[in-house]
Design a protein. Sequence first.
Length: 251
Amino acid sequence: MGRWEIVPIRTRSQLISTVIVLAAVGTVLDSVLTPGFTAGVWFGLIFMISPLTGIILGPYAGFLSVLISILIGHSVMFRETVYEFLFAIGAPIGAAMSGLLFRGRWKPVFLYYTGALAAFLLTPVSWQLPLWGIWDCLLAYLAIVPAAAIIGRWTAEPLDLKRLPIVLALCALIGLEADVLFRIFVFVPCQTYRLFYGFTPEVLRVIWITTAPTITPAKVAVSAFFTSSIGASLAKAMAGRARPMSGGHEA
């Protein structure tokens, strides 16, 4: 289990206050709408903070904090349909995955990816969709075990601020793609493309090959860079950063 942490959280009051602060930041970002989008994974900017929230708070408190953010943010700036609340659950799931991986708990992350991808690949309509449409999710899936090996080896030693940005970027990438994968699971295997939106398989294919393969990876890259930069700066600012650190709170 990893020994690094970004923000030391030692007491329940510190945990609660950090959950509230990050939920407030997340709410603001989720309420900032991306120009050119009316719905979907990148309509708000919650993706900028969700991985770091999971990394700082741990998988459980991180999930809760991001969930609060999307519930309030989606209510303040209502999306195109009420269905967006369901898809947005991918954000706290992604935060939890980032938090798990940062703490060396890669097996639940691997099982999540395996189950979600299996559900997609076993859905008949997915056979009409080119696999390269989810190339970024597949790449993240293949990166889980190597990333876990790197993170486990590095975090077994005292905090290294030179290596920390790499660890944060890996956790952010895999966590964000877990978010995307949940939305794919809801959209395709659960057939909400048809039940919610009335799309035919032909329309689904057009959506699949036009925007998903490019927009999603670009924004994942932006968030991974943000997470590694801000996370490393926070760690550097914390008192006692030169001492070996124990794993963050996971309540």
